[in-house]
Design a protein around this ligand. Sequence first.
Ligand SMILES: NC(=O)c1ccc[n+]([C@@H]2O[C@H](COP(=O)([O-])OP(=O)(O)OC[C@H]3O[C@@H](n4cnc5c(N)ncnc54)[C@H](O)[C@@H]3O)[C@@H](O)[C@H]2O)c1
Ligand SMILES: O=C(O)CC[C@@H](O)C(=O)O
Length: 642
Amino acid sequence: MSDHLPDQPAAGPAVPLPYLIIDFDSTFTQVEGLDELADIALEGSPDREKIVGQIRELTDRGMSGELKFSESLRQRLALLPARRAHIGQLVERLKGKVSASIRRNRSFFERFPGRVYIVSSGFREFIEPVVAEFGIDADHVLANTFTFDAEDRITGFDPENVLSQDGGKIRQLRLLDLNGPVYALGDGYTDYQIREAGLADRFYAFTENVTRPAVVAHADKVLPSFDEFLYQNNLPMTLSYPKNRIKVLLLENPDSRAEELFRAEGYQVETVTGGLDEDELMARMEGVSILGIRSKTQVTARVLEAANRLIGIGAFCIGTNQIDLVGCMKKGVAVFNAPFSNTRSVVELALGEIIMLARRIPEKSPKMHAGEWDKSARGAFEIRGKKLGIVGYGNIGSQLSVVAEAVGMQVLYYDVAEKLQLGNAIKCRTLDELLEQADIVTLHVDGRPENTDLFGEAQFARMKPGSLFLNNARGPVVEVPALAAALRSGHLGGAAVDVFPHEPKTNDETFESELRDLPNVLLTPHIGGSTAEAQRNIAEFVPERIMQYVNTGNTQQSVNFPNIQLPDQPAHRLIHIHHNVPGVLARINNVLAAHSVNILGQYLKTNEHIGYVITDVDKQYEPELIKALREVEHTIKFRVLY
Ligand SMILES: NC(=O)c1ccc[n+]([C@@H]2O[C@H](COP(=O)([O-])OP(=O)(O)OC[C@H]3O[C@@H](n4cnc5c(N)ncnc54)[C@H](O)[C@@H]3O)[C@@H](O)[C@H]2O)c1
Ligand SMILES: O=C(O)CC[C@@H](O)C(=O)O
């Protein structure tokens, strides 16, 4: 079943295409023309900020219906010290501030110029040249006109123009006397009034730039973008799917940059500060296309069942053991993480902990806070020349190896996979070999199920008396009672633990552990990767991967999908995810052949569970092709990108 991102077939116009009455300020463009004109005219003036602020406020009060429109316009122009020459500068500025979704769909305007009217209480002098670039003629621009004095100063507006009067848009629409369905699109109350007066069949509140609750309350539909308007009306659009329909749910407080990037892309974003348990998460999954989590949220089979539109998961961390990766694959959900964004932070924490434990700081510092002066060298040692045993020589383990050698340690490592030996590090053939030699043992394995209880009584017993132990990897890897016993007995000289089998879901919950109050034990609340740098890196890395996947189908660095790095292609891209059973590619190609499709490129990669086929095709194809591809047996998900 393909259940998400319904593709937009190369749609033709609804017949007949309604007349579109589109507002200019804060709708066609992102800004209000008069506010910008004031900003230009007052450049260098000490009153700039104050006057622009006053004009903005008057604009807002007029747009939300709080102040009579004619009064708002009169007062704004009285404050505006502008001249004719400023208008040219304004036009250039406005050309760069056309609303993103309008700019994106320029071809729509060029294709249907006769059906679009710009009806605005702004001024023709700056509107006409901006919309002309979209193929909208001057006679389809209905707007006010300025008056000037002999020195070319703007003195006011032409009072005879109906648009300068209260109810101006209504009067203008009456004069237009359009024959056929009329849809009004705008951000202001005066746009809604067209509909209220019965002169438009629908009013669409356009919220891409500003949202005025009083206006939204009256709208037939709310448009976070012009794409959404085209999509709802089955009109030709530049994107295959409106981005505002993509809902992102972000849990566990990733850096705010993540939310910012998703919003800038046009997605809807909801955030939850802490983690959610399974039932809570299930209740939130309806309609979510992208889920963002960190280490606490368990994405289980039940959660996936409740996810009716999920296409991607972003793990804003390294570990992905909290996600049912196979379940995601079988549902066509691509998972991305940030494999190196916090590596350095964990390494620095581990190195710091090694030094702190070697000097017994976890005991000395609390004593000092309690007023006790305990100056002694008992049990304290330098780390220079000591043997550091790294278990798990992946990104973190190997980076720690380099840093530890730089401070004079001898590195031993053990990994289940063959790894590049860095510097002078010595590979151990078995874990026991490492445990028997190391003065300090540090864990950097991943959280795969087989690693549960990797360290228990037997492993601690193998470690040298007085040695130190660190776990910054995953809580379940260590049997906590065995570690506590080894510390209590004095067999281990100290430990630093950042991760626990049971971690509080939020900062409001109490942390319970047998390790509390043990001597020379550093406990930290899973903060190995919690630095400003790491969190910022993660918050950029993960959204970028996800947006690339949504926009191009690129699965490079996905944790569970076959990795394909796709070329840019000015084509329609058919993205097909299917169960990996023999013959699916042949079936897909039979469908393409039966519809005489011109294939520009095809890419296939499979893994144990799924096949991922990307076919770039010529833009000319019959809409039935899409239906036929969706119906190919064993399809998990299918979408079209263009
Ligand atoms: N404390 C934190 O805040 C924090 C931050 C980042 C990462 N982590 C944890 O650290 C882990 C390691 O991160 P990484 O980026 O180095 O991952 P990685 O995948 O690059 O390295 C893990 C290494 O462990 C090895 N390994 C797995 N099981 C093993 C075993 N039983 N014995 C020996 N070697 C084994 C793997 O072969 C791999 O080389 C992550 O999976 C995550 O769970 C914790
Ligand atoms: O920030 C987190 O929640 C997890 C950090 C760490 O364990 C990781 O896997 O990157």
